[in-house]
Design a protein around this ligand. Structure first.
Ligand code: ADP
Ligand code: MN
Ligand code: MN
Ligand code: MN
Length: 337
């Protein structure tokens, strides 16, 4: 029987942003295993801020798996962290997500590639040319050399693994990039996003590059990084309507603080009202308005207030499980008629 390398992936207990952790378990299977065949496993929670040394066992419950295209007989096994009695660990944000197979999410993950303490393409001293030509740019002077190689390799690995990338692009700041992931089902897109982050961070090791997910790594006139969250429910796609939409937005405004609380650390540095953002203490929505909290696509109005909306506030370091949870909770508080 072939031996498979199962890479168990989980989120640690660091705050305000969890880190990805992983370790390998070798197991024999006749064929590529089903999720049910992959055993529950454990780790030392005292080394990940998830337990005290005296009672340090945490459990790993496999919840989604993908082939690992970078390894022979490799499997990427995304896990939830559980307590020894198999109830969710307090750090397990995935366990709090409302199950809604008809909620669709598209995340736009922005990030910087960093080397020697600065974004790829930044000179040893000082700054490169101001922002302008980098967004969707081509050419060595705009995107450098190894960045595109990393980004392309990341895309191929993710697609081979079955992660539903919708696209990639160079972003507004030098050394800043974006990938988009879309999936149907409240947990699916968030799961895929975490695994895509994992693949990217691991891939960059061999380039001596780190992935900087902080939302405002360079102060001054440089864009921060977001994780715009495009969302739709079955009702929004199929029924919608101006009245429902306006009541929904009024409730999003009421819940502004609860949303900001889970939209990623240090977001006040990014949501300033500049650089295609709304200020952190204001809630606005607008058609095609990239300076608003929620951008309403033209297609939404054209289709009779039906379709998806873009919440532009979540930042690059946000936990997509918390983002999805909050959006679905706010929507669930608004009666449909
Ligand atoms: P922009 O950069 O103009 O904001 P992107 O193309 O980067 O737009 O991202 C828009 C995302 O919206 C796409 O990745 C797509 O997956 C997502 N999306 C499209 N339709 C829906 C929908 N009905 N529900 C949720 N997300 C959607
Ligand atoms: Mn985008
Ligand atoms: Mn973007
Ligand atoms: Mn966007």
């Amino acid at each position: 029987m072939p031996k498979y390398k199962l890479e168990y992936i989980w989120l640690d207990g660091y705050t305000p942003a969890a880190n990805l952790r992983s370790k390998t378990k070798v197991e024999e299977f006749d064929d590529f295993p089903t999720l049910e065949q992959i055993p529950i496993w454990g780790f030392d929670g005292s080394s990940t801020r998830q337990a005290e040394g005296r009672d340090s066992d945490c459990m790993l419950k496999p919840v989604r798996h993908f082939p690992d295209p970078t390894r022979i007989n490799g499997v990427l096994v995304l896990c939830e962290v559980m307590l020894p009695d198999m109830t969710p660990h307090p750090s397990n944000t995935r366990a709090t997500v409302i199950d809604d197979p008809d909620a669709w999410f598209g995340f736009e993950q922005e990030y910087f590639l960093y080397q020697n303490g600065k974004p790829l393409g930044f000179p040893q001293d000082g700054f490169p040319n101001p922002q302008g030509e980098y967004y969707t740019g081509v050419g060595y002077k705009n995107v450098g050399d190894i960045a595109r190689q990393i980004v392309e390799e990341h895309l191929d690995i993710c697609l081979d693994a079955g992660i539903n990338h919708m696209g990639i692009n160079a972003e507004v700041a030098k050394g800043q990039w974006e990938f988009q992931i879309f999936a149907k089902g409240s947990k699916e897109a968030a799961d895929q996003l975490w695994v895509a982050r994992y693949i990217l961070i691991r891939l960059c090791e061999q380039y001596r590059v780190d992935v900087e997910l902080h939302c405002k790594p360079i102060r001054g006139d440089w864009n921060g990084s977001g994780m715009h969250t495009n969302f739709s429910t079955k009702y929004l796609r199929e029924v919608g309507g101006k009245d429902y939409f306006e009541r929904l937005m009024a409730h999003f405004e009421k819940r502004m603080d609860e949303h900001i609380a889970v939209y990623g650390p240090d977001n006040h540095l990014r949501l300033t009202g500049l650089h295609e953002t709304q200020a952190i203490d204001k809630f606005t929505y607008g058609v095609a308005d990239r300076g608003s909290s929620i951008r309403v696509p033209h297609s939404f109005i054209r289709n009779g207030y039906r379709g998806y909306l873009e919440d532009r506030r979540p930042n690059s370091q946000a936990d997509p499980y918390l983002v999805v949870s909050r959006i679905l909770r706010t929507i669930s508080e608004v009666p449909t008629s």
